[in-house]
Design a protein around this ligand. Structure first.
Ligand SMILES: Nc1ncnc2c1ncn2[C@@H]1O[C@H](COP(=O)(O)OP(=O)(O)O)[C@@H](O)[C@H]1O
Ligand SMILES: [Mg+2]
Length: 359
């Protein structure tokens, strides 16, 4: 008999063996994964919270229990949901994602449950919904906090009875799916505000995977930086870069990452694309995060107790970046404007206004 978990463990062991960066995977007999492959890329993370989430995933993957995944935007909700699907008995089946906030209520209902021919104007043919497409697999309801009230009650029926009725149809259809929902909202608070059904919340929240924000898992920064650096090299077509130096790492570690891992990925990608090389240094980190040295610094990130003069700080900050772009391009205004995402005329005006000169 095939044991999917065994397969996954073998696969992970293999991946780690073939991987230069294989972290420790077994510690005192406990699997301690640093790199978990999923169908959507690797999960990198050795911090306690991430390891605990992966352990929970392994423990519940085989069941059909509902799972709720929460975390700020960019914390990896989609990635962890795919790990759950991959580790489940349904991994051969589909993983179907629905963004619950993407469509207005009437369209979302038919998106989820499908519709009969003639159910509404424009419904020329019978159409299968996402629930039917997920049969035998996992239905991932992303941004569940955005789901309109009317659909929340229809979803509750689906969760409780595992059955639904397509729009304009009178049949009751049974289904065999695993439901996983994700949100960056605090659903308990939405329940208190009356914006989310309490019964639905409890149904969804059987197992809760609470993903930490990146600023709460700084011990993973180096692994994540290396991971995105390696991934970006090929994409950027660069074979001249030799690595990321400590100044860049320090700068990255000083930022508080409101956009979480997605933002970090983006910043590392840009650095790999634009760095003069051979090492990526703090100069390649666009916002100069963390090089703040006091309240007068244009790069000051935290509001000091004594306050700041916002206009002059922003002005200095802007001048600093413009100067860097010009210096890096030997004052080639076309190239510098490109680095700054400005058009040439705007840059020229800025240089004049700020009285910037090459030295
Ligand atoms: N632990 C992680 N290891 C590696 N990459 C990650 C990790 N978490 C997130 N990512 C990457 O960050 C980006 C955002 O992740 P995503 O799952 O879309 O976040 P969310 O759904 O929470 O907004 C994706 O490119 C994803 O591959
Ligand atoms: Mg997402």
């Amino acid at each position: 008999m095939v044991d999917p978990l065994k397969d996954i463990v073998a696969h992970v062991m293999n991946e780690c063996r073939n991987d230069d960066d294989s972290g420790e995977i077994v510690e005192s007999g406990v699997r301690r994964l640093t790199f978990r492959p999923t169908s959507r890329g690797k999960i990198v993370g050795r911090c306690r919270k991430v390891r605990a989430i992966i352990e929970t995933i392994d423990r519940v993957a085989k069941s059909t229990c509902n799972v709720l995944c929460t975390g700020e935007s960019g914390t990896g909700k989609e990635l962890f949901v795919s790990a759950l699907h991959d580790a489940s008995r349904r991994s051969e089946g589909p993983l179907v994602t629905v963004n619950c906030g993407a469509l207005p209520e009437n369209l979302m209902e038919s998106e989820l449950f499908g519709h009969a021919r003639g159910a509404f104007t424009g419904a020329h043919v019978t159409r299968q919904g996402r629930v039917a497409q997920a049969e035998g697999g996992t239905l991932f309801l992303d941004e569940i906090g955005e789901l309109p009230m009317k659909l929340q009650s229809k979803l509750l029926r689906l969760l409780q009875e595992r059955e639904y009725t397509p729009v304009g149809d009178n049949r009751t259809i049974k289904c065999d799916i695993r439901i996983v929902a994700a949100t960056n909202r605090d659903l308990a608070e939405e329940v208190t505000k009356g914006a989310f059904r309490e019964d639905l919340y409890y149904r969804l929240n059987v197992i809760h995977l609470a993903l930490p924000a990146l600023r709460e898992r700084m011990e993973d920064m180096d692994d994540l930086i290396d991971h995105f650096y390696r991934n970006s090299l090929e994409m950027a077509g660069r074979d001249d870069l030799e690595g990321i130096d400590d100044s860049a790492r320090d700068a990255l570690k000083c930022h508080d990452w409101p956009g979480n891992i997605r933002e970090l990925e983006n910043v590392v990608q840009r650095a790999v694309l634009l760095s003069v090389g051979p090492m990526i240094s703090a100069d390649d980190i666009p916002m100069d995060f963390g090089r703040a040295s006091g309240p007068d610094s244009a790069l000051c990130h935290e509001l000091p107790d004594e306050g700041i003069n916002l206009r002059s700080v922003i002005d200095e900050y802007e001048s600093n970046l413009v100067r860097q772009a010009l210096e890096r391009t030997s004052w080639n205004k076309n190239q510098a404007a490109k680095l700054l995402g400005l058009n040439r005329t705007t840059l020229v005006e800025m240089v004049k206004r700020k009285k910037l000169q090459s030295v």
